[in-house]
Design a protein around this ligand. Structure first.
Ligand SMILES: C[S@@+](CC[C@H](N)C(=O)[O-])C[C@H]1O[C@@H](n2cnc3c(N)ncnc32)[C@H](O)[C@@H]1O
Length: 250
């Protein structure tokens, strides 16, 4: 098994071990030396800060979340999909999350870039934000994309595997989180289904490190990329690593 190898100008790297690394940079500046088996991406949703972000529990004040403006969003999503397509093996897959507001933009980009949609799953969660004059949003879209319809990994999780998933959000009582952390259970289901032990998983919009935590548990190699250096603290906390100040002088 080869280690995780990449190129980035950023000197800000968190190396958990040879097979698990986080680089703090824009994913567009990162190149991989080896192609990946799976990309898992839960990008910003490109919705206005005031009002709309709340729909999805995404708060700009939660540990400096980096959003993308509505105007920039089509370019951003296209860059993310093109980048992901280029880093994947021909047999590779991508899980891409989206809210409903910009789904049209996302689906157009998926098709233009050349991905094939294998599934359009729905994650139904609890505690959607209360609304008065419209239904409460309580779902996300999870797109399962492949490059080659005849050659991809699919470890079916159960005999009758449906595309609507009821998974609870974790409740972080009193904890300072990144505001939009996915439940491990959800990420685990995607990673188990579309990769095998030893495979290389890349998360180009890592956030708090959920994908890394799941990859460590499931024995997948992982490269996480996160543009916001402020999140190192939360990532270390989630992975139960020492903080940088504790490691100085060791
Ligand atoms: C929705 S969050 C990911 C949450 C993650 N799934 C978790 O469970 O914690 C999206 C992340 O993408 C990051 N991001 C935004 N633009 C980026 C870029 N160009 N390159 C890398 N990361 C970016 C944001 O800072 C944010 O942390």
């Amino acid at each position: 098994m080869v280690g995780v190898r990449f190129h980035s100008r950023s000197k800000h790297i968190l190396e958990i071990d040879e097979f698990h690394k986080v680089v703090f940079d824009d994913f567009r500046n990162v190149r991989l030396y080896d192609r990946a088996d799976l990309v898992f991406a839960d990008p910003p949703f490109g919705i206005d800060f005031k009002g709309n972000l709340q729909t999805y529990h995404r708060k700009p004040d939660a540990l400096s979340y980096v959003e993308v403006s509505r105007e920039e969003y089509p370019r951003f999503i296209r860059d993310l999909l093109e980048w992901s397509y280029s880093v994947l093996k021909d047999s590779g897959s991508m899980w891409l999350l989206s809210g409903w507001n910009n789904l049209r933009v996302v689906l157009d980009a998926v098709e233009d870039v050349g991905f094939i949609q294998l599934n359009h799953c729905i994650w139904k969660y609890q505690f959607g934000v209360f609304t008065r004059r419209r239904f409460t949003t309580s779902h996300y879209h999870l797109l399962l994309l492949v490059k080659d319809e005849r050659n991809y990994t699919f470890n079916k999780p159960e005999h009758y595997a449906e595309d609507v998933w009821y998974i609870k959000r974790p409740y972080h009582h009193g904890e300072r989180t990144a505001g939009n952390e996915l439940p491990d259970e959800l990420v685990e289901k995607c990673i188990r289904t579309s990769s095998n032990p030893g495979d290389l998983v890349v998360d180009p919009v890592l956030g708090s490190g959920t994908t890394m935590r799941v990859c460590l548990k499931l024995n997948r190699r992982c490269l996480g990329i996160e543009v916001n250096p402020e999140l190192e603290r939360r990532i270390r906390e989630k992975l139960q690593l020492k903080s940088p100040s504790d490691t100085h002088g060791m």
